[in-house]
Design a protein around this ligand. Structure first.
Ligand code: NAI
Ligand code: 13P
Length: 377
């Protein structure tokens, strides 16, 4: 249930649409309804498909059916995951116990899933996106709109490349982002949360995305700061690892709060050094401080980092991820490495002691205890 208060609108976020106040008159019903495909079907991907599918049934501008691309795998039962999803209406591996909506159709053929879509929602672990883009380049509609829910980045020889830019570069399409304090399992059971759409220029497109995602329990607003929103979502995963180390070392709440504060400061400084357009106000949206808090309290990066520190760094993150997440993927460890590469290339290591220390702990160059010794310097 949504809380009874009206959300405060920050800056220009005047589009906090609640689906109950979106009114579509018969005159507005378009001839050409948009088809939506979700590219990805992990934990968040499945919840995103559920959210969208509940809205496409209600909104006249969209086709009811939502295709969800499934990276095919064979379950221990011998059945194919996509077939089980279509038979049971549940992603039994990545989101068990939750009905996705009968209008969600699992499609294992990527090219088929994206071919006719007008709106593409990308939501896979970030390390797979470049390969996916290469596979679908030239096989999508020219006028397609895209949005990325992916928290992560790539580092190229030319420098860092956000996932929305990777999508734009490979596919030649406009790409918004949606980030926020969005632990998927909580949204799956319809507990209230907020999210932020980041867009570059086209406010109308951003509003279309807001309408597609917004529900009574998922309140979405839009800000004109695609880089700021995406960097918030990406960098908070590095801070979540630091918070997990603090938990594993049982250092207490004050230390954890200090690490989160230092982390937020580094998130902001790093984002602004990379993109001078990043707005301060973005850090106060759901994608900023709220996502940082929820991930440091209840996320998968925090959980695995706690186990890593409890084991004194003797069990690798790969091992812990496989054991604790059953196929779900951590984004923080590779993001910490990617951020570290940017810091070393640009000579910024000393400016970002927390980011640098997290990576060095992850690769075993420093013990988990150094999270407090080095982050303060
Ligand atoms: N789970 C969550 O609570 C949230 C996740 N996110 C972000 O959303 C993105 C996607 O996360 P999730 O949906 O949770 O994924 P996940 O962590 O559940 O990852 C598993 C997914 O990766 C797929 N996969 C495995 N190998 C693959 C390959 N070689 N190629 C393509 N796909 C492959 C699996 O089929 C499965 O769909 C990430 O960037 C994450 O940070 C954002 C907000 C919340
Ligand atoms: O991004 C998230 C919540 O907004 C989920 O974070 P984790 O990947 O650490 O679970």
């Amino acid at each position: 249930m949504a809380p009874a208060f009206e959300p405060l609108l920050a800056g220009e976020t005047s589009s906090n649409n609640n689906d109950s106040n979106i009114i579509i008159t018969q005159d507005e019903v378009p001839n050409n309804k948009s088809r939506v495909t979700v590219v990805g079907s992990g934990n968040w991907g499945s919840v995103a498909a559920k959210l969208i599918a509940s809205n496409t049934l209600k909104l006249a501008n969209f086709h009811d059916e939502v295709m969800m691309w499934v990276y095919e795998e064979v379950l221990p039962s011998g059945d194919k995951l996509s077939e089980v999803i279509n038979q049971t209406n549940e992603n039994v591996k990545y989101l068990p116990g939750i009905k996705l909506g009968k209008n969600v159709v699992a499609v294992p053929d990527l090219e088929h899933a994206v071919r006719d879509a007008n709106m593409l929602v990308f939501v896979t672990p970030h390390q797979f996106m470049e390969g996916i883009c290469k596979r679908i380049a030239g096989k999508i509609r020219e006028d397609v709109e895209a949005i990325s829910l992916i928290k992560g980045m790539e580092v190229k020889r030319e420098g860092p490349c956000m996932i929305s830019s990777l999508i734009t570069e490979h596919l030649g399409v406009n790409c918004c982002v949606l980030m926020g304090a969005n632990i998927a399992n909580e949204i799956a059971v319809e507990k209230f949360s907020e999210a932020t759409v980041g867009y570059k220029e086209n406010r109308e497109i951003a509003e279309k995305w807001v309408r597609l995602f917004n529900t009574r329990y998922f309140m979405v607003s839009a800000v004109q700061d695609v880089a700021g929103v995406e960097l918030c979502g990406t960098l908070k995963n590095v801070v979540a690892l630091a918070a997990g180390f603090v938990d594993g070392l049982e250092m207490g709440n004050n230390t954890k709060a200090a690490i989160m504060r230092i982390g937020l400061r580094e998130m902001k400084a790093f984002s602004k050094l990379l993109f001078s357009s990043v707005k301060d106000s973005t850090f106060f949206e759901s994608c900023g401080v709220a996502d940082l808090i929820t991930t440091c309290l209840g996320g998968r990066n925090r959980k695995c980092a706690e186990a890593f520190a409890r084991n004194g760094g003797k069990r690798s993150f790969d091992e812990l991820e496989a054991e604790m997440l059953q196929g779900q993927k951590l984004q923080g460890v590779s993001t910490a490495k990617e951020v570290y590469e940017v810091l070393s290339h640009r000579g910024w290591l000393e400016l970002f002691p927390l980011f640098a220390t997290v990576h060095e702990i992850c690769i075993g160059s420093l013990p988990p205890t150094s999270i407090v010794e080095y982050s303060q310097s």
